[in-house]
Write a protein that binds this ligand. Structure first.
Ligand code: NAD
Length: 471
């Protein structure tokens, strides 16, 4: 069994388990579960040394109940049809949970991007986009990619440029992809959005005193001991926001190894060391662990796997000491591990909810692209004027004179970044409580993952029921 095949099976088994707690017709449930479109292509590219290499690439569109479809593009050696379908399905459920009006999708190319030059990666990316355009698998109203493992804003800029070249005059063309650089139509706050959302989600869960008491923890993030595995886009920013909120980073793991300190690691010092030496190992104030996987078994309150799927398995789950697992990555916990963690009383905050910050801010970027105006541009100065007049009125009636600093603090209108953060925070807080209520409603029968899946299935089922069947 390939890695991908197991992953799709895992997502579908989680769906089937949750579906038992819903009242929907089995045919409708099967329709929701099935992947709607799967595109495979192979194409040649020229390496820098003149050799020709054949690429294998996929795009899966899991659901069309809302359009466009949305989901990242992954460059990794394990990419295959099953993996993209599994990840596309997760995207459908994720978008439903955070009320982002998209169907789920995912794409990938089977390469290790570290083995290719920037020029080669650009040629691979542009040719992939060309193939997607030819088959109608990309477009602001059809299917909108974003980054995933092995891709980032650089690749997204190439995608936007290629699409725009191939569709001259298409007014909304920039909405064909999200997480672009700000200067190429991106939105401020997208880069750190998933990590920030992981933090907001975990903070909301930890805010509920009653649930924390059951885990033997006090409410709040401050003082919580946190381990983060994978310091890429998701993990690095999640670690940064946890640390800024007063959590203690007791362990950090990367590809080459892991480091720990029960009294806390300084994230920026560890990252600076890694940039200089190419490894986390030997970082100042840190103890090297024997194996990178040992980080998953450290004594801590919150464990944040933020690297790849299926890292907490039946083999190591019995040794996980965290009280809460925060799934920054997609699918980091296998179903077998889930059962073991549940028996140990460990709470798992599921990926479909807690790492939805990226797609949430991607949605804001897409709306910005369709609106052709930066958020905050219309109201920033207007609000500043209104608050200034209000302060002047208060000064008039109280004969209290505000200092320039007070005036500035109170009267500042929102920037695009302020609005993005606020929208993300609202989304992550608002999305948690229906999941928690469902979890409490089925107390003892379901965990948070199943509760989240029940909420997602209900929302997608409602859309299908309202849409009817064509023709
Ligand atoms: P990334 O490539 O930026 O970072 C992944 C990091 O994990 C890399 O630094 C890599 O070296 C490290 N890593 C790989 N194998 C490891 C191992 N065995 N142990 C420790 N570290 C290891 O990718 P990302 O965008 O941060 O995505 C990470 C996960 O989060 C993936 O599962 C992805 O699907 C998911 N995700 C990403 C986003 C996003 O907006 N980027 C959104 C939602 C979910």
């Amino acid at each position: 069994m390939t890695l991908g095949a197991g992953f799709l099976d895992q997502v579908n088994r989680a769906f089937d388990h949750a579906a038992k707690f819903t009242v929907h017709d089995p045919t409708l449930l099967n329709n929701i579960k099935a992947c709607k479109n799967l595109f495979y292509t192979s194409f040649p590219i020229k390496r820098d040394d003149g050799r020709i290499e054949v690429m294998h690439a996929w795009r899966a569109e899991h659901s069309h109940h809302k359009l466009p479809c949305k989901g990242g593009i992954r460059y990794a050696e394990a990419v295959d049809a099953d993996e993209v379908q599994a990840l596309a399905a997760l995207m459908t459920y994720k978008c439903a949970l955070v009320d982002v009006p998209f169907g789920g999708a995912k794409g990938g190319i089977r390469i290790d991007p570290r083995r290719y030059s920037v020029g080669e990666l650009e040629r691979i990316t542009r040719r992939y986009v060309f193939e997607l355009v030819r088959k109608n698998f990309i477009g602001p109203g059809l299917d909108v990619p974003a980054p995933d493992v092995g891709t980032g804003s650089r690749e997204m800029a190439w995608i936007a440029d290629t699409y725009t070249q191939l569709r001259p005059g298409e007014l909304d063309a920039l909405g064909c992809v999200t997480a672009k650089p700000v200067s190429a139509g991106g939105i401020r706050g997208r880069t750190e959005a998933t990590g920030r959302g992981v933090f907001f989600g975990a903070r909301e869960v930890c805010r509920v005193a009653e649930d924390m008491k059951e885990l033997g923890l006090s409410p709040g993030i401050e003082g919580k001991r946190v381990v983060v595995q994978g310091l890429g886009n998701v993990g690095y920013f999640a670690a940064k926001f946890f640390q800024a909120a007063g959590a203690i980073l007791v362990g950090l793991a990367e590809y080459e190894g892991a480091v720990a300190n029960p009294n806390g690691l300084d994230l920026e010092k560890v990252m600076a060391h890694r940039r200089e030496r190419g490894t986390l190992l030997g970082a100042p104030g840190a103890k090297d662990l024997a194996r990178r996987e040992d980080a998953l078994e450290l004594e801590c309150d919150l464990l944040v796997p933020a690297a790849l799927e299926r890292v907490i398995t039946a083999e190591n789950a019995p040794r996980v000491k965290a009280r809460i697992v925060v799934e920054g990555a997609n699918g980091p916990t296998t179903l077998e591990a889930d059962e073991i963690l549940a028996r140990k009383g460990v709470m798992v905050i599921p990926d479909a909810y807690v790492n939805a910050g990226g797609v949430t801010v991607s949605y804001f970027e897409w709306v910005k692209n369709l609106g052709h105006v930066r958020f905050g541009r219309m109201q920033k100065r207007y609000e500043e004027g209104a608050y200034t007049r209000l302060l002047q009125t208060v000064e008039g009636v109280t004969s209290r004179k505000f200092t320039p600093e007070e005036v500035e603090r109170v009267t500042q209108g929102p920037s695009e970044e302020d609005l993005v953060r606020s929208g993300l925070e609202e989304t992550m807080i608002g999305a948690y409580h229906p999941i928690r209520e469902t979890w409490k409603q089925h107390r003892g029968e379901v965990d948070l993952r199943t509760a989240a899946m029940i909420v997602a299935i209900d929302k997608v089922a409602q859309s299908y029921a309202q849409l009817g069947i064509f023709p």
